[in-house]
Write a protein that binds this ligand. Sequence first.
Ligand SMILES: [Fe+2]
Length: 286
Amino acid sequence: MTLTPVHFFSHGSTMMLGEHCSSTDYWKTCGDEALRNGIKGVILMGAHWDCFGDQIQVSTNPSPAKSPVAYVHPSKYVDYELNPDLQTAERCIDLLAKAGYNVSGNNTFDWIHDVYLILIRMFPKACPPTTIISLNARYDPHYHMKVGSTLRQFRKENYLLIGTGGAVHNLYRNRWGPMLRFRDNFAQDSPPDSWAMEFRQAVEDAFTKNSGPALRRAVTRLMKHPEYRDAHATDDHFMAAMFVAGATGDFEDEGTLATLGAETWELTNMCNSQFTVGSWSGKKPQ
Ligand SMILES: [Fe+2]
């Protein structure tokens, strides 16, 4: 028995689906590795689906549509066939309910680009069986960390767990001019602001210099960082980081470090860092 690696991917703007960069290469490399290692499926927490009250949901829609995306030619996504894993969804619901969550299936939810952008980039030929877990709109870091720790056991069954959100992701502080005028999301006619650089470094340090329960503490603590609110005007794109810390922060994970696999700045101030905790070659024996 071995533990699969877990990814925290910053999906950035919708243009990351249409435009090529080192992050999109990295996603493909991670997808290729996962397929080579025969994953059973993907379990994914995104950033664009959240539930009110104390609820959390799991997608049980047998034939989800795709919410359309701006600034991307439809040929890049409309024909990609999604592959919902209803059996694993039921198992996730079961485990989360046993862990005390107010959890249910949602059989009408359509998938959003935070999820299918990553799936298309990682697995362009065919979508593996995939389960999507919602966020809770109270955005409690420990709540989402515990979702990850509850589903961590799937790593022992060769499932790939992914959180897709953002390291520095504040749409209000992005510089949209070059994209709106020239469709250039990578333009950087000035350096990123200092708060973006500071918080990006804090995220890298938290992921790459901690392991086991210390990783959980470091990642949840980032929401108290002085630059956090500048880096994340809303909390939705940072919950997936909590999920990943939960899934990789057990005592068993001590010594399993994360790597920063790629990084792409978009819209001047949005930092799309791509982290992988653990590796296929360095899987720890169980
Ligand atoms: Fe997003």
